[in-house]
Design a protein around this ligand. Structure first.
Ligand code: ADE
Length: 245
């Protein structure tokens, strides 16, 4: 899968795609990243990419010409592409959107800066606007890294164990169950006894209960009862009564 990142801060991306699982995927070529400097498409001697907003107001707005030229430089009708602008005014990123995006061959990501991008770019030259959360970042660059990281997990070969990806928390509307590792007692705090029991049936059931319990407490809105097994639905019913939800 290939990602193009259109940005006025090309140096921003020197680190994130060199490390960890994503770094390895890039090295192997399973994930390709190409940085496109929007400034290279400015055609005045000062390489201007921004201007003041029509109607007045604070800050600067990214000009349409260099951004659209940058998009057009990587557009390819032969490929299944999607052009996405990162903006806090976009639809909120979630598991379903990440999955949907992983079906594309190439994703072109436009990073906003200043007070925003000229609306004509968003309306006529982008397929989708995406926000990574209800807060404002200094620009779309960190949001682009988040998007690429999440989408790349669905690219075959990137995460060694497919099961981890298919069964990750959000695909089933439940948070993951909690985990512990050695030592059995850390600063006086013990690991839950059931995990040391060796009784795998009990452990499986206990983990299921813990996953449902923490989801009910922290993120009740993500629970999809239709995706739960009969056993999980039964636990959910009991926990709801117990927790008064
Ligand atoms: N640019 C600034 N804030 C953002 C956000 N929350 N999501 C995506 N892009 C952004």
């Amino acid at each position: 899968m290939k990602f193009y990142i259109l940005t006025i801060l090309p140096g921003y991306f020197e680190g994130p795609f060199r490390e960890g699982v994503l770094g390895k995927a890039v090295q192997r070529g399973d994930v390709k990243i190409e940085i496109v400097n929007i400034r290279d498409f400015a055609d005045d001697p000062h390489r201007t990419v921004d201007d003041t907003p029509y109607g007045g107001g604070e800050g600067m707005v990214l000009k349409p010409e260099p951004v659209v030229k940058a998009i057009e430089s990587v557009r390819n009708n032969e490929k299944k592409q999607r052009v996405i602008a990162m903006t806090p005014a976009g639809r909120l990123l979630n598991h379903a959107i990440v999955r949907e995006l992983s079906e594309f061959e190439e994703i072109i990501i436009v990073c906003g800066r200043y007070e925003g991008i000229d609306e004509r770019v968003l309306e006529y030259f982008c397929d989708d606007l995406i926000s990574i959360g209800d807060y404002v970042l200094t620009g779309g660059e960190p949001a682009a890294v988040v998007l690429i990281d999440a989408v790349s997990r669905f690219v075959p070969g990137v995460v060694g164990n497919r099961k981890c990806v298919e069964e990750d928390s959000f695909s089933r509307g439940l948070l993951d169950y909690p985990q512990w590792t050695r030592p059995a007692v850390f600063r006086g705090i013990p690991v839950p006894e059931v995990l040391l029991s060796g009784n795998h049936k009990e452990i499986r059931k206990w983990r299921m209960m813990k996953a449902i319990e923490r989801t009910l407490k922290r993120r009740p809105e993500i629970i999809r009862e239709d995706l739960l097994t009969e056993e999980e639905r039964e636990i959910l019913k009991h926990l709801k009564v117990r927790l008064g939800k």
